[in-house]
Design a protein around this ligand. Sequence first.
Ligand code: ATP
Length: 248
Amino acid sequence: MLALSNLTVRRGDCPVVDRVTLTVGPGEFVGLIGPNGAGKTTLLRAALGFLAHEGESSLARLTPRERARAVAFLPQAREIAWPVDVETLVALGRAPHLGRAMGVEDRAAVERALQRMGLEGYRARVATALSGGEQARVLIARALAQETPLLLADEPVAGLDPESQIRAMQVFQDLAAEGRAVVASIHDLGLAARHCTRLVLLARGQVVADGPPAAVLTAENMAAVFGVRVFYAETPEGPVVQPLGVTR
Ligand SMILES: Nc1ncnc2c1ncn2[C@@H]1O[C@H](COP(=O)(O)OP(=O)(O)OP(=O)(O)O)[C@@H](O)[C@H]1O
């Protein structure tokens, strides 16, 4: 669903994404983790073909319409420009599939997205009059309504309350379980460990670890890349990860 080969993005002389090679297949929920400035946003945008790059991305080769049917993108900035109602905003996710007007299947996709995000009661609300976290959930719903095989999301759960964070992570897990794929940048290591099938750890634009959460969230990686000491325990409810202190 996504194949990156030696993807490199330079800012001036400096590579901020540096020879990233990565393949993501059906059933994977990949958490892209790494410190501020590691290159997560740049990697996602270059993978989509939005930024000049060296190397290859399978998505960058597609025409805009093909790409909009292959991948939904949830950017970090959550800007809602127009005071439209929630249902109308979520329906914009159907744009890549539309003929002349919304059909039965488009309306069903909008309903599924509203339901997945628990937004049925919000459909008539003016999107710009919602709280920041509510707007974030609406924008996730718009991306879900696109019903693409792949979802790329840049910090989708930042700013959400704990229940909404867990619910959103469960939605992404469900998409993966249904045979789609999700790649999401995420700063909350606990959520990433518990919900992602795989973590990719980025440092200075390079992939320094890639694998199951337990194999990536090692004490050595956490100290070397994030500069933190981390408590890690396997519990009956999954891994628990808590940064405890700084190491440098
Ligand atoms: N338009 C730009 N011009 C120059 N440098 C940029 C530009 N955009 C990003 N950078 C630099 O590229 C590096 C990677 O930035 P990026 O936004 O991809 O990091 P990130 O991992 O998403 O960080 P964060 O966790 O803070 O969102 C940073 O050093 C940043 O300063």
